[in-house]
Design a protein around this ligand. Structure first.
Ligand SMILES: C[S@@+](CC[C@H](N)C(=O)[O-])C[C@H]1O[C@@H](n2cnc3c(N)ncnc32)[C@H](O)[C@@H]1O
Length: 249
């Protein structure tokens, strides 16, 4: 099978019901602590109102809603439904983070790993413009790209098994670069899904953007933000976790 023929982003559409199995909400507690810390560093303590673009299943947000009010945007209705079930007090809106305009501002704008769905510099710049239009003055824009071009080795293959409720899932993900001259890589998934004792296979392909740290810095700066980074050691995950922070100049 030619991987280019695999439909894109099924995990965020017809397979969205698997998101909690693929990436359990409990596993976001450690990184959400970093988001909380950076938000309070910039905003001071208090129950601030944050806008998350590309909220997905709302797993990261679910650890922030005890301390913050939330508004959530995603391009996928099935993913918003997942987040609505987990974050009942949050306003959920269907929209494209590159062009959505809500007509109001927030204390902070968050774009978690969904920022990696932007595959071109033009798309990233459009998201930064959206953020700027929804931020109160001084409010931070927080971003968590999955990977940096200067810190990734491709191809990369991972395999995970998770169970949740009646679903047992093993998935293999293979990240590779079909065209090293552009800023897009593809992550191809094979899901082995066992439900009600029956096993079936599904495939998905997720285009992701891959940019160097200097490109992030340049594009965020060009959109009118001061740029800084916060790095954290996550002992449970065993990784160094980096948040990019923009503050409007
Ligand atoms: C990896 S998921 C985010 C998961 C999320 N961090 C969580 O905690 O559950 C990426 C999300 O980005 C969304 N997305 C991709 N492109 C988008 C766009 N242009 N505008 C808004 N959302 C987008 C997808 O629909 C998907 O729900």
């Amino acid at each position: 099978m030619d991987p280019a023929e695999i439909p894109e982003n099924r995990l965020y559409n017809d397979l969205a019901y698997l998101w909690q199995v693929v990436s359990p909400p409990e596993e976001y507690a450690e990184e959400a602590n970093c988001w909380r810390q950076v938000l309070w560093e910039f905003l001071g303590p208090g129950r601030h109102h944050v806008l998350e673009l590309g909220v997905g299943g709302g797993h990261n947000l679910s650890h922030l809603t005890p301390d913050f009010n939330g508004t959530a945007v995603d391009i996928s209705q099935p993913m918003l439904q997942q987040s609505m079930a987990l974050n009942p007090g949050v306003d959920h809106i269907v929209g494209d983070m590159r062009c959505v305009r809500l007509g109001r501002t927030f204390d902070a704008v968050l774009v978690h790993d969904a920022i990696s769905c932007m595959t071109t510099a033009r798309d990233l710049s459009a998201v930064f413009t959206t953020a700027a239009m929804h931020l109160d003055s001084g409010g931070p824009l927080l971003l968590a790209p999955d990977d940096f071009a200067d810190q990734i080795t491709l191809p990369r293959i991972e395999c995970h098994t998770h169970s949740r409720g009646e679903i047992e899932l093993t998935y293999v993900e293979h990240a590779y670069d079909p065209d090293p001259t552009d800023t897009k890589i593809d992550v191809v998934f094979t899901f082995f899904i066992r439900e009600e004792g029956r096993l079936r296979l599904e495939h998905d392909r997720q285009p992701r953007g891959l940019f160097s740290r200097s490109t992030w810095r340049h594009l965020i700066h060009a959109a009118g933000f001061d740029y800084s980074e916060r790095s954290f050691n996550l002992p449970t995950a065993g990784i160094t976790y980096t948040l990019l922070v923009g503050t409007l100049m």
